[in-house]
Design a protein around this ligand. Structure first.
Ligand code: PLP
Length: 387
């Protein structure tokens, strides 16, 4: 049997996979089992921050593998402690809870808001406002936080306590704050799965003020936007706001599973021993990989992310077949005249991997993608958009 046949027979069919098997790669190049090479503008959905088989990252991970691969959270562990220190020092947040995925990081954020509401206002102040068209994960509670009806189908009853505001409409959010007993506001600053759209800057500042005036935790989901993706280490740093909780995952581990929930001044004391936990959370190998990733996201790299972003926007805005280009940094959505799936398929046939978000072609290249690879890939994409 081929890998595809085995997969079809034995794996629960929750994914609509491309007809492509990846077996290896180097940097922004990946290859299939026939040896055909592709320039990868998807990075495993914003995970392989420095591409595939990056030596610095590999060295950090394998060095830790040679020492101890897992400790459990019953004991202290250096990579995990240093990672928390780095995250706090670089964001201004105060404490970190580690888990294994974006959804789990978000679960912890939701718990923190509920505890905050209970503490500050009483047990019935548990409602969290999220945005329509958001995406926060696949557990029942993070699906419930996700403001897209389609994700709720078949799984009801959903976790109660979520209401959805229209993005960029502060009056709508104000009305929800008035009519519900709320404990927090939880938003992505660039909606990723929702179609790669960045929130308005003025709106985000107004949301921050609303959260402060009503003593609500302001929580930012940086699972996709985090770790250099938008041209700053975390996207909230582009918006000049001070969140109470920031969640991240994906690119943080550079390819290994790790989630982090960062807790600010107002949220740092919410958890005590036993109130949350995770067997693998803060695993030393994943933490060593994450430390290596963060150590390379400096101003030089972030400026490069911004330059490459500008290059993509300039190349594609107004180009033939392009309706609009949206996003921030190296998280870009292209609304095309042609069906996005058709463009994606045509690019794949020509050796360029791009992915989809709603009706858009989505680009999430490695933060350090070589200029020449980027230019070659964007030219091919441009030709396919125009065809
Ligand atoms: N939050 C956002 C903004 C995401 O984009 C995703 C995944 O795409 C998640 C949460 C869920 O992350 P995970 O798949 O690691 O659970």
């Amino acid at each position: 049997m081929t890998v595809k046949q085995i997969d079809k027979q034995y794996i629960a069919p929750t994914y609509a996979r491309f007809d492509l098997q990846l077996v290896g790669g180097k940097g922004s190049r990946v290859w299939d089992e026939t040896g055909k090479e592709y320039i990868d503008l998807g990075t495993g959905i914003a995970v392989n921050a420095f591409g595939v088989a990056d030596e610095q990252w590999q060295n950090a991970v394998t060095a830790q593998l040679g020492k101890i691969q897992h400790t459990s959270n019953l004991y202290y562990s250096e990579p995990c402690a240093l990672l928390a220190q780095t995250l706090c020092q670089r964001t201004g947040l105060k404490k970190v809870f580690f888990s294994n995925s974006g959804a789990e990081a978000n679960e912890c954020a939701i718990k923190s808001a509920r505890k905050y509401g209970e503490l500050k206002k009483g047990k019935d102040y548990y409602t969290i406002i999220t945005l329509k068209n958001s995406f926060h994960g696949r557990t029942i509670t993070t699906l419930s936080a996700t403001g897209q009806e389609v994700f709720h189908q078949h799984f009801t009853p959903m976790t109660e306590g979520f209401v959805y505001a229209t993005a960029n409409d502060i009056e709508d959010m104000r009305a929800l704050v008035k009519t519900h007993k709320c404990c927090g506001i939880f938003i992505e600053l660039v909606q990723g799965e929702g179609g790669v759209t960045a929130l308005d800057r003025v709106y985000v500042k107004e949301v921050e003020s609303l959260a402060r005036e009503n003593d609500l935790l302001l929580m930012i989901d940086e699972v996709q936007t985090g770790n250099g993706r938008t041209g700053s280490l975390y996207s909230f740093q582009n918006y000049n706001i001070t969140p109470d909780v920031v969640t991240t995952a994906k690119g943080l581990g550079g390819g290994l599973p790790i989630g982090a929930t960062m807790l600010g001044e107002r949220a740092q004391a919410l958890f005590s021993a036993g109130l949350n936990g995770s067997t693998f959370g803060g695993n030393p190998v994943c933490s060593a990989g994450a430390l290596s990733v963060l150590s390379r996201i400096d101003d030089t790299l972030l400026n490069e992310v911004k330059e490459k972003s500008k290059y993509i926007f300039d190349s594609l805005t107004g180009a033939k077949g392009v309706i609009s280009v949206s996003g921030l940094g190296l998280m870009i959505g292209i609304e095309s005249e042609k069906d996005a799936s058709e463009v994606i398929g045509a690019c794949m046939a020509r050796g360029v991997l791009v992915i989809k978000a709603k009706n858009k072609v989505r680009l999430l290249p490695a933060l350090n993608i070589p200029w020449q690879d980027l230019k070659t890939a964007i030219n091919i994409l441009k030709e396919e958009l125009a065809r």
